[in-house]
Design a protein around this ligand. Structure first.
Ligand code: A4P
Ligand code: MG
Length: 154
């Protein structure tokens, strides 16, 4: 299978957030090529659950994994980070979502690409625009939800 360029969103709002993000990228780099990492953002929680602020980044990768293989890999990273699913949209040590996979459009039981909520969320669009501004129209970025502040690099 030929390689595809994909974008992943990583978020954490429990424990040593920065370390969870670093570890996930380090782990991933053993089987995908990490092409870029956005700035690190501190972001207000979106989705209605009262919880601590998140740290969010977006990474760009080159991968020979299929979309479902990549999802399995992302979910394995979440389990490794001791993530326990208690509340939908609620606190988590690590959330890894596939935003875009080449120009694929997928709508299956386990996987929807582009990620269905990415275009309304500033914690996704702002870091994505660091890496690929051509993919993020200015109007969408302005209309997107949630406060985000760049706090440096991971
Ligand atoms: N799934 C379908 N499509 C995808 C995709 N493109 N990437 C399925 C990853 N997973 C995908 O996800 C539920 C199911 O979505 C998976 O089993 C997979 O088959 P989950 O990660 O288990 O559950 P979740 O994260 O609680 O739900 P979901 O729907 O992923 O939540 P979101 O939309 O990711 O929201 N606020 C800030 N500031 N920063 C954040 O990072 N994150 C969330 C989570 C809410 N608010 C936030 C943040
Ligand atoms: Mg998720």
């Amino acid at each position: 299978m030929s390689a595809a360029r994909a974008f992943l969103s990583l978020g954490s709002n429990l424990g040593d957030k920065q370390q969870y993000l670093r570890d996930a990228i380090f782990e991933l780099s053993s089987d995908v090529t990490v092409l870029g990492v956005s700035r690190l953002y501190e972001t207000a929680p979106v989705g209605g659950v009262v919880q601590d602020d998140f740290l969010n980044v977006v990474i760009e990768i080159d991968t020979v994994l299929s979309p479902l293989e990549l999802l399995d890999r992302c979910q394995a990273l979440e389990s490794q980070a001791n993530r326990v699913r208690l509340v939908r949209f609620g606190p988590r040590t690590l959330d890894v979502d596939i935003l875009l996979y080449g120009d694929s459009a997928i709508d299956s039981e386990r996987l929807t690409i582009p990620h269905p909520r990415m275009f309304e969320r500033k914690f996704v669009l702002q870091p994505l625009s660091d890496l690929a501004p051509e993919l993020v129209p200015e109007e969408l970025l302005l209309a997107a939800l949630g406060d985000v502040v760049a706090i440096g690099m991971l």
